[in-house]
Design a binder for this molecule. Structure first.
Ligand code: SF4
Length: 353
């Protein structure tokens, strides 16, 4: 496969793939899926070795959201029989996080449903973040509370958050089909705000929502433009009671091609297999780790994942190792790209001029 060799070499040199090249990866036939995985794996191994970063989700507030994202079981009017509860107290959140940390999670993702946090919510989660950091100083904390208003990203950073997650989910051109209560541009703005505040930007997509190949490439290229540090790749979980509950369009091979394309577009960025990996990749699930260098352990926000034991065993069976708390995830050239300004206007220090 001359094309795949060419794209692998390009990715190893960190040369950006073109739209046509990304589309060509998606267009490869099922019988060539092993070649596609091998191409992406060369890049994954080059930048991330045999390490797998384990992340753990804690849903601090579940359900009861006024927004109408069609893929989401927590949306307004959702008939999905999910757990519904308001903000967990800091001690309950830390207890929930400890289950994942003890299995090797180096990042805890604290999530809360809703359009975006009120200032009171931010104060509340700031307490939880501080408590988690006091208990587990080495653990990375990623906050995920929806659209941010001015100043909130800075408050989360001050409380000790390391990263902020807000997924673009799908292309601008497809966004109105999946949500009517906020816009794609709102999401882009939040990713930018997080980054400006010095939080590591984490933003990804959901595949399988009726998007075209072009739209998948669009959202990926928009994420590349935002220069995110981590890209969670979700495969739609068609939860009963949501508008997309009959949308089963993905095959294991298609999921692998998507992951390979993401890896080749983001050679040195954390690529995480997220929701839906078990039900869509099925028995091919371990192959996804030849492409992604990161996963969520255990359960998702409102649905159950496979047993944490199986996740750990899958990593070991592949000959991979769980990345340690002290080990940096990103290759050296990508670290510390975002530095919060601490000089010039508003400080006593001279400006950089
Ligand atoms: S994705 Fe977020 S904003 Fe959209 S309905 Fe679900 S919880 Fe609400």
């Amino acid at each position: 496969m001359e094309l795949l060799t060419e794209l692998t070499e390009k990715a190893l040199r960190r040369e950006p793939l073109t739209r046509e090249e990304a589309l060509a990866v998606l267009a490869t036939p099922d019988e060539e899926v092993l070649d596609v995985v091998a191409a992406g794996h060369r890049v994954r191994r080059h930048y991330f070795g045999n390490r797998v970063k384990v992340n753990y989700l804690v849903n601090l507030k579940s359900g009861l959201c006024p927004e109408d994202c069609t893929y989401c079981s927590q949306r307004v009017g959702s008939a999905a029989e999910i757990l519904k509860y308001s903000w967990l107290k800091p001690d309950a959140a830390v207890a929930a996080a400890s289950a994942g940390i003890e299995r090797g999670a180096k990042r805890v993702c604290l999530v809360g449903s809703g359009r975006g946090p009120s200032d009171r919510d931010v104060r509340r989660v700031a307490e939880t973040i501080s408590e988690l950091k006091r208990t587990y100083p080495d653990v990375e904390v990623c906050a995920c509370f929806g659209l941010l208003s001015d100043g909130q990203a800075g408050q989360l950073k001050e409380a000790g958050a390391d990263a902020y997650n807000h997924n673009l989910n799908t292309a601008d051109s497809h966004y109105a089909d999946i949500c009517s209560t906020h816009e794609y541009a709102d999401r882009v703005d939040t990713v930018r705000q997080a980054k400006q505040a010095g939080l590591s930007p984490c933003s990804g997509l959901i595949a399988g929502m009726g998007e075209t190949d072009e739209e998948l490439v669009d959202v990926l290229f928009a994420l590349r433009e935002l220069d995110v540090d981590s890209v969670p790749v979700n495969f739609l979980i068609p939860i009963e009671g949501t508008p997309l509950d009959q949308r089963w369009s993905l095959t294991p091979q298609r999921c692998l091609r998507i992951l390979a394309m993401v890896r080749l577009v983001f050679p040195d960025v954390e690529v995480r297999i997220a929701g839906g990996r078990e039900i869509h990749l099925r028995s091919l699930q371990p192959m996804a780790l030849y492409l992604a260098n990161s996963l969520f352990l255990g359960d998702y926000l409102t649905s159950e994942g496979q047993d944490g034991d199986l996740d750990v065993r899958m990593i070991e069976d592949l000959g991979f190792v769980v990345e340690g708390a002290g080990e940096p995830t990103l290759p050296e050239h990508r670290r510390d790209l975002v530095k919060v300004r601490k000089r010039g206007a508003g400080t006593d220090l001279p400006a950089n001029a």
